[in-house]
Design a protein around this ligand. Structure first.
Ligand SMILES: NC(=O)c1ccc[n+]([C@@H]2O[C@H](COP(=O)([O-])OP(=O)(O)OC[C@H]3O[C@@H](n4cnc5c(N)ncnc54)[C@H](OP(=O)(O)O)[C@@H]3O)[C@@H](O)[C@H]2O)c1
Length: 415
């Protein structure tokens, strides 16, 4: 029987059968703007496989903040960036989290085979990358790219093209949608908390987690708790308290009770600076109240950026680390350097994770020590809407996923 040119959504091709075209929720430059405007469903040809590539039939796709940025076309225009590297498609198929079934493999692939059920981590690099080839951390290599953000052919389509090393075993106890929800945020949190020796999270460390009910934060709380640490979560509404505590947080702090956020005043403006300092110190006391002693955080899990970094640097313990992977509220993070050098603190940048860190996080999920915290499950049509909710910080706690090839199995049903 001849292969169909395209299969309708949810109409699964026979295993290993690859049609000529597929449906994708894609972004074009003339639609750049808020997610409701940026995404649209279009028919596209199937991507060509390179020797180390794998074609995965996408059962579900996880939703992350990076494709909010892709839709906005800011801070970088991902389409223009790729055109400079030779991409001629004119579109961006985003999606940096997936669960699915391997449908085809390139000629050099040996770690997965057609039919394998996988989850995909979003770290990609050229196999000839000079850093990766010399045994270094590929995260430092010049060819490192986040799949489905900096690369095309992400998971917001019926099929996605990934590199073989990105594929990890799908935890058997999870539904397709739950399996698609955690890897990007979980592995990022894992590297932040475990990748920066000697500041790996240890038993009894106080760990301050900004956005504790968010995608990154819910993973960070669980990883810290699994290490025997004392996570303290920051939230913006009391309705998020129970969620964080159930994940292992010792308690929460509602950031709405403070008003000193944003870039701190210049130190020469004594009156304004002292007002800021009073607010930041009160926040530090709130951490001690949760901990139950005057023990400050050894690790601060940062991502809001401009609004919060001045406070993070101040309240971090002597010899501790503020580790940051984003600047959601802005990039001009200022710090009072007197606290940084006199108390010998570390401000450490961190970005996604390598193969080993992604696999370590996946193992924690397989061992049920980390839950994906799946909240909302959408369909393929919902991809713009759930990104819009994320953009407006109206999305539910934890992580969201959208079904692509999978039927709605209901939360909790394993596969
Ligand atoms: N570099 C990387 O590898 C990497 C990986 C993953 C994500 N990221 C980035 O990290 C950021 C967060 O991602 P996410 O998936 O966790 O997003 P998320 O699910 O939206 O969670 C972020 C949380 O931050 C908190 N927040 C929002 N505005 C804040 C403010 N002004 N001050 C303090 N907290 C604030 C919110 O919690 P409350 O309102 O309850 O405080 C929100 O739940 C995004 O910018 C994303 O692109 C980077």
């Amino acid at each position: 029987m001849a292969t169909q040119k395209i299969y309708e959504l949810g109409d699964m091709p026979p295993l290993g059968t690859v049609p000529e075209e597929m449906y994708a929720q894609l972004i074009r430059q003339d639609r750049f703007g808020e997610p409701m405007k940026g995404f649209a469903i279009e028919r596209v040809p199937m991507p060509a496989l390179r020797p180390d590539d794998v074609l995965v039939y996408v059962m579900a796709a996880g939703i992350n903040y990076n494709n909010v940025w892709a839709s906005l076309g800011s801070p970088i225009d991902v389409i223009r960036a790729r055109e400079r590297e030779g991409d001629t498609t004119g579109f961006h198929i985003g999606g940096s989290d997936a669960s699915g079934i391997v449908y085809a493999v390139g000629s050099d692939v040996s770690n997965v085979k057609v039919g394998d059920r996988v989850v995909v981590h979003c770290g990609s690099w050229d196999r000839n990358d000079p850093v990766a080839k010399s045994g270094g951390d590929p995260m430092y290599g010049p060819t490192f790219r986040i799949w489905g953000y900096e690369t095309n052919w992400g998971s917001f389509a019926q099929f996605t093209r990934v590199q073989a090393h990105q594929c990890l075993p799908k935890p058997k106890h999870l539904t397709w949608e739950a399996a698609a929800a955690y890897m990007l945020v979980g592995a990022t949190a894992y590297r932040m908390l475990m990748g920066w020796a000697p500041h790996q999270v240890e038993k009894d460390d106080v760990v301050l987690v900004w956005g504790g009910a968010g995608g990154l934060g819910c993973q960070a709380i669980q990883i810290a708790a699994a290490r025997g640490a004392i996570p303290v979560a920051v939230i913006s509404g009391e309705e998020k308290h129970d969620f964080c505590v159930k994940l292992g947080a010792k308690g929460t702090i509602n950031r709405k009770k403070f008003d000193h956020w944003g870039m701190m005043p210049h130190w020469k403006d004594t009156e304004a600076y002292n007002k800021w300092l009073k607010g930041a110190r009160a926040f530090g006391s709130a951490i001690w109240d949760v901990v139950g002693s005057r023990k400050s955080p050894r690790i601060i899990f940062e991502h809001p950026g401009e609004d919060t970094v001045p406070t993070s640097v101040l309240v971090c313990d002597t010899g501790g680390m503020v580790v940051i992977c984003a600047g959601t509220t802005g990039y001009n993070a200022v710090a009072d350097l007197r606290y940084l050098w006199m108390r010998q603190k570390r401000l450490q940048g961190s970005h996604f994770a390598n193969d080993e860190q992604s696999a370590a996080l996946n193992d924690l999920v397989i061992q049920k020590k980390v839950d994906p915290c799946l909240s909302e499950v959408g369909g393929f049509d919902d991809i713009p809407r759930v990104h819009q909710a994320m953009y407006e910080n109206r999305h539910p706690h934890g992580n969201m996923a959208c079904l692509v090839g999978a039927p709605r199995t209901g939360l909790g049903a394993g596969e």
